[in-house]
Write a protein that binds this ligand. Structure first.
Ligand SMILES: *Cc1c(COP(=O)(O)O)cnc(C)c1O
Length: 396
C-alpha cells in the first residue's frame, strides 16, 4: 500500500516516509525490486494488465515498485501532481524538452544553462524543426519580447551554472503562460529543499538526482515533476518506447539518499555561507558569487525564491587561468571535480572544464572568464574547509 496520505507533512517527514510500499514481509527499509519483468496469475490477467484494464506492473521499462516508491516520494516532496524518474538528469531533461514538441514549435530558454541542456536546445531541437530562442535570464524585457510570440516550452535554471545567476521564476511563468508555453525549471542547484518552482508558478521541475538527492556520489538518476495529464500525454509514451528508464538499484540508492536530503542540504548550505564570507575577505579574491550574500547582483530575486543560499559558491581570483589553477592544485582537502552536490567538497575551473565548449565570446557574455572557480560545498567540518581554501589562496 502506498503512503499517499501525508500531504501536510513537513519535507523532512515526506523524505523519510513518503511513497513507502511494504511487501508482505513488513521490512522497515524500502525493498529493492531488482526485476525486469513480472509474472501473472493467468493468461487473462496478463491480457488485462497489458491492456491497462488492471492495475499492476508489466515491465520495468514502464514501471517498477522501487522506482514507483521514489516517484511517489518526489511527488510528495515537490508538491507536484506526479513524477517520473529516469536514468540520468539529462534523461529527464531531454525527455521533457523533446517529447512534447514537434516541427514548427518554438522553445525559449535562458542562455545560462547546464551545458548539455544548451546542446539540446541549440543543436538537437533544430534538427527536428524546433527553433530555440535564447534570452539573458535576468533580463525581463528580453523575456517579454521573446514571449510575445507563441511558444511551447520555456526552460530556465536558477541559480545557474556557474555564476549562480537568478531568473525570476514567477515573472517568467506569467509571461510563458501568456505565450501558451509550459515553464520548465531545472532546479538542481537550488534543490527541492531550498526552492519550490511549482509554488512560484512553474509547471514542471526537472532534476538531476545524481546531485544532492543521491548526494553521496554513487549513481546517476533524474526526475520530472509536473501535471498528470501532461506527463501521461507526452512523457509516459516517450519513456515507454524510447527507454530512459532507471535501474531499480539506482532508484533505490536515491530513495535512501532522500532520507537525509533535508539534513545534508541545510548543513552544506550553512558551510557554503560561511566559506563564501571567508573567501570574500581574502586579498587574492576579486569577487565572490553566493546567492545568500547581499553583494550578489541578483540577491533580491534569490532572496524571494530561495530560503537559503544553497551549496555552491563561485569566486574569481586576481589573475587568470594560471592563478586559478594554482589555487585548485593547492587545495588538499577539496577535490578537483566537475561533479557537485556531494558530501565531499568539489572544486572546478568552469572555463576549462564544464564550459570549455563555449567560445570566448559566449563565455564573456556570461561574465565568465578564466579567473573563476566553482566550489560545491560538502559536509566536511566548515573550519577544515575554510582552512584548506584560505591556505590555497595564500599559496596563489
Ligand atoms: C548535472 C546536471 C544536469 C544533468 O544531470 P545528469 O544526472 O548528469 O545527467 C542537468 N542540470 C544541472 C543543473 C546539473 O547540475
Amino acid at each position: 500500500m502506498s503512503t499517499r496520505d501525508g500531504k501536510d507533512w513537513k519535507p523532512a517527514t515526506k523524505l523519510v516516509r513518503g511513497g513507502t510500499m511494504r511487501s508482505q514481509f513488513g521490512e522497515t527499509s524500502e525493498a529493492l525490486f531488482l526485476t525486469s519483468g513480472y509474472a501473472y496469475d493467468s493468461a487473462e490477467q496478463a491480457a488485462a494488465r497489458m491492456a491497462g484494464e488492471e492495475e499492476g506492473f508489466v515491465y520495468s521499462r514502464y514501471a517498477n515498485p522501487t522506482v514507483r516508491m521514489l516517484e511517489d516520494r518526489l511527488t510528495m516532496l515537490e508538491g507536484s501532481e506526479t513524477c517520473r524518474v529516469t536514468a540520468s538528469g539529462m534523461g529527464a531533461i531531454s525527455t521533457t524538452m523533446i517529447a512534447p514538441v514537434g516541427q514548427g514549435d518554438r522553445v525559449v530558454a535562458a542562455s545560462a544553462l547546464f551545458g548539455s541542456c544548451r546542446v539540446i536546445c541549440q543543436t538537437i531541437l533544430p534538427r527536428y524543426g524546433v527553433e530555440t530562442e535564447f534570452v539573458q535570464g535576468s533580463d525581463l524585457d528580453a523575456w517579454k519580447k521573446a514571449l510575445s510570440k507563441p511558444a511551447k516550452l520555456v526552460l530556465i535554471e536558477s541559480p545557474s551554472n556557474p555564476l549562480l545567476e537568478a531568473v525570476d521564476i514567477a515573472a517568467v511563468a506569467e509571461l510563458a503562460h501568456a505565450a501558451g508555453a509550459k515553464l520548465v525549471v531545472d532546479n538542481v542547484f537550488a534543490t527541492p529543499i531550498l526552492q519550490k518552482p511549482l509554488e512560484l508558478g512553474a509547471d514542471i521541475s526537472v532534476y538531476s538526482a545524481t546531485k544532492h538527492m543521491d548526494g553521496q556520489g554513487r549513481v546517476l538518476a533524474g526526475a520530472i515533476c509536473g501535471p498528470s495529464d501532461w506527463i501521461e500525454e507526452y512523457i509516459d509514451p516517450w519513456i515507454r518506447h524510447t527507454g530512459p528508464a532507471p535501474s531499480p538499484f539506482n532508484a533505490w540508492v536515491v530513495l535512501k539518499g532522500l532520507e537525509t536530503l533535508d539534513l545534508r542540504v541545510r548543513q552544506a548550505s550553512r558551510n557554503a555561507a560561511r566559506l563564501a564570507d571567508a573567501i570574500a575577505g581574502h586579498a587574492n579574491v576579486k569577487a565572490v558569487r553566493y546567492p545568500g550574500r547581499t553583494d550578489h547582483p541578483h540577491y533580491t530575486i534569490h532572496a524571494k525564491q530561495m530560503s537559503e543560499g544553497g551549496t555552491l559558491v563561485a569566486f574569481s581570483v586576481k589573475g587568470g587561468r594560471p592563478e586559478a589553477f594554482r589555487v585548485l592544485n593547492a587545495m588538499k582537502l577539496v577535490d578537483i571535480s566537475n561533479n557537485l552536490g556531494d558530501t565531499k567538497s568539489l572544486a572546478c575551473h568552469p572555463a576549462s572544464t564544464t564550459h570549455r565548449a563555449l567560445n570566448e565570446e559566449e563565455r564573456a557574455s556570461m561574465g565568465l572568464d578564466e579567473s573563476w572557480i566553482r566550489i560545491s560545498v560538502g559536509l566536511e567540518d566548515a573550519g577544515d574547509l575554510e582552512a584548506d581554501i584560505l591556505a590555497a589562496l595564500d599559496a596563489m
